[in-house]
Design a protein around this ligand. Structure first.
Ligand SMILES: Cc1cc2nc3c(=O)[nH]c(=O)nc-3n(C[C@H](O)[C@H](O)[C@H](O)COP(=O)(O)OP(=O)(O)OC[C@H]3O[C@@H](n4cnc5c(N)ncnc54)[C@H](O)[C@@H]3O)c2cc1C
Length: 269
């Protein structure tokens, strides 16, 4: 697809990431044009850009109820009042299943805590994000030197817990010091968590709900929603304004689960 990703040898991996412990490593892949962005800054930048274009954002406003008539969206009730509208976009992340229920539909998504931690800033150690699906981790040094890392806990129960655990910190330290032994000298400074909104095939559900006219969904991003957000929102806007999208997204419809046409995404940490 024109992406500059390639297989590299163990020696090349060591050249690109000098502090890497290559024991047990057979090969790797590398994409020199990969980038990274701070999700907090990006989010506020998008909000400001939208406001410059005339979008009104109501912060601290909770959607409590969605009214439908003859299977069409009529209005949204919030804790600050009612909004009459024929269109709702469900982009509620971990709570998108709840929003679906408000519109009278079941969306086959669930939420699951995902923990992450950050270390003190240190001198530059490596540039690319290190990631392994078999060893289950990702790890990246930020431009100011802190190292951020996470893994997916296969025993994490479904739910809305966004607390943190010492078990995570201990397991994370074990995993990463095996891969980059130098990290034994680096102190962790903060730990937090958020929700992954998982779908049955770990791919997003995008499009209008077939039973409720005007109820659009951009949900179930399953741990990939930050990088997919720019294209997902552009396609959503095209779908609503023009009725068609510049990239086909039909296969990401909610009906794929009933049809048994899942598009399994294996690369989720
Ligand atoms: C620790 C961690 C690391 C991650 N790392 C990556 C990564 O490296 N790359 C990547 O691509 N993705 C990553 N993700 C996943 C990514 O964060 C999500 O997929 C993405 O944030 C989903 O975006 P969203 O806009 O759909 O939902 P969210 O960002 O969850 O936003 C949903 C919004 O809806 C609001 N909301 C919910 N219910 C209501 C209601 N009733 N009324 C009003 N508002 C409501 C919420 O307050 C929230 O602001 C990570 C997630 C976690 C937790």
């Amino acid at each position: 697809m024109g992406i500059d990703a390639r297989f590299i040898t163990v020696e090349e991996a060591k050249e690109i990431v000098p502090p890497l412990n290559t024991e047990g490593l057979l090969a790797a892949t590398f994409c020199p044009s990969d980038g990274h962005a701070n999700p907090f800054n990006t989010n506020f930048a998008y909000a400001e850009a939208a406001q410059r274009l005339g979008v009104k954002i109501y912060n601290f406003t909770e959607v409590k109820e969605i009214k439908t008539e003859d299977n069409r969206i009529v209005s949204v009730n919030t804790d600050k009042g009612e909004v009459l509208t024929p269109i709702v976009i469900n982009a509620a992340g971990g709570y998108s299943g709840e929003i679906g229920k408000m519109a009278g539909v079941e969306i086959p998504v669930y939420s699951q805590r995902h923990q992450i931690l950050i270390t003190e800033p240190v001198d530059p150690l490596f540039k690319p994000m290190l990631m392994s699906f078999s060893r289950n981790f990702y790890c990246q040094q930020t431009p100011h030197g802190s190292i951020i890392m996470g893994f997916g806990d296969p025993d994490e129960p479904k739910g809305y817990n966004i607390g943190t655990s010492w078990q995570f910190a201990r397991e994370m330290a074990k995993k990463m010091t095996a891969v980059v032994p130098l990290l034994k000298e680096v102190s962790m400074i903060r730990q937090w968590s958020g929700l992954y909104n998982m779908s049955p095939d770990s791919q997003p559900i995008v499009g209008e709900h077939p039973q409720v006219k005007g109820f659009y969904m951009a949900v179930g991003f399953s741990g990939h929603g930050f990088m997919l957000a720019p294209v997902a929102s552009r396609l959503m806007a095209e779908l609503i304004l023009k009725g068609r999208t510049s990239i086909p997204i039909d296969r990401l419809d909610i009906g794929r689960f009933e049809r048994g046409e899942l598009i399994i995404e294996p690369s989720v940490v």
